[in-house]
Design a binder for this molecule. Structure first.
Ligand code: MN
Length: 308
């Protein structure tokens, strides 16, 4: 398979985000009829990255599973210290690509199924009057600009912050850092919105500007603030958000040693990112998801395994 066709198949997985969502929690893709049916939908060969995603057949059980997985993702990110009282994770809605799912304003460690709210891409809650996250515009801005993206994380991880204020660029230096990609741009809110903002992404104009800086990359740093990560599935965005701070930590430690630091080569990054062994429904991916979920105390939300 050529690199080009690998990339295309990857974006197809992303386009059917609900399928990815259905397949990532435990062995859902292997065991559940919903996921099996979803997998039989023929990919559209005419699909291009710039096209908006088209609605595909999905069911309310896909939404239930997506919400459950989003709760798991919240708890994982909290338990792995990627987020604290602040930070959030969203998932494009499985039935309506013009909407996304995101918790109400509550810390990720506390999120329960009833906390998940549906939003329009402009950040308007659908049938919910509870307080939303102030920075929800990060999510809608990225979903609007990137049809291939189905899951977004925003966090303030201390390990990546030095790279948001330094001319030293964050780069992947360890194998699991490869998921951030070769280029991690830095978005400076002051460039377009001046020197009197509170640094928060508080409206759609700022969300769209952040998405422009992200461009086709997987991660963008936000100067003096944090990062936004984008991926075709919830599993992939959680993996990226968990490993990017670890990569940044190792990178900083190596820089302190004073010698020359060797980052991953583009070929190594591509082999890691595009290789088939770590796609969302592979045993290696499911292994990580189950491990993280158990550590976070939400194993009860994972779908049942066969024979149990
Ligand atoms: Mn923030």
């Amino acid at each position: 398979m050529s690199n080009k066709s690998k990339r295309r198949s990857s974006s197809i997985i992303g386009r059917r985000g609900f399928m990815t969502a259905a397949s990532l929690a435990g062995a859902a893709a292997l065991t559940q009829p919903v996921a099996a049916e979803s997998g039989s939908i023929a990919p559209n060969p005419a699909h291009k990255a710039a096209e908006p995603p088209k609605p595909v057949a999905a069911t309310s059980s896909d939404v239930e599973l997506a919400i459950r997985n989003l709760v798991i993702a919240n708890r994982i990110l909290a338990h792995e210290d990627v987020v604290d009282a602040y930070g959030h994770v969203s998932l494009r809605h499985p039935l309506n690509p013009e909407h996304y799912l995101l918790a109400r304003s509550r810390s990720p460690e506390q999120i329960e199924i009833g906390d998940i709210v549906e939003y329009t891409l402009d950040g308007e809650p659908v049938n919910d009057k509870r307080a939303p996250y102030l920075e929800r515009f990060i999510h809608g801005g990225i979903y609007a600009a990137r049809p291939d993206v189905h899951a977004v994380v925003h966090a303030h991880s201390e390990e990546v912050l030095p790279f948001s204020i330094s001319t030293t660029k964050l780069r992947p230096v360890i194998h699991d850092g490869a998921f951030m990609g070769a280029e991690v741009p830095v978005w400076d809110i002051a460039d377009k919105f001046g020197h009197h903002t509170n640094l928060l992404v508080s409206n759609m104009a700022q969300g769209r500007d952040l998405a422009r800086r992200l461009a086709g990359n997987s991660m963008v740093l936000m100067r003096g603030h944090g990062f936004a990560a984008a991926a075709p599935s919830l599993y992939e965005v959680v993996r990226l958000a968990v490993y990017a701070p670890k990569n940044a930590h190792v990178f900083q430690a190596a820089l302190l040693l004073g010698g020359k630091v060797k980052p991953l080569s583009k070929g190594e990054i591509a082999a890691r990112v595009e290789g088939p062994s770590l796609k969302p429904d592979t045993p290696a991916a499911l292994r990580a998801w189950e491990y993280w979920a158990r550590r976070a105390g939400v194993a009860d939300l994972l779908p049942p395994q066969p024979g149990k």
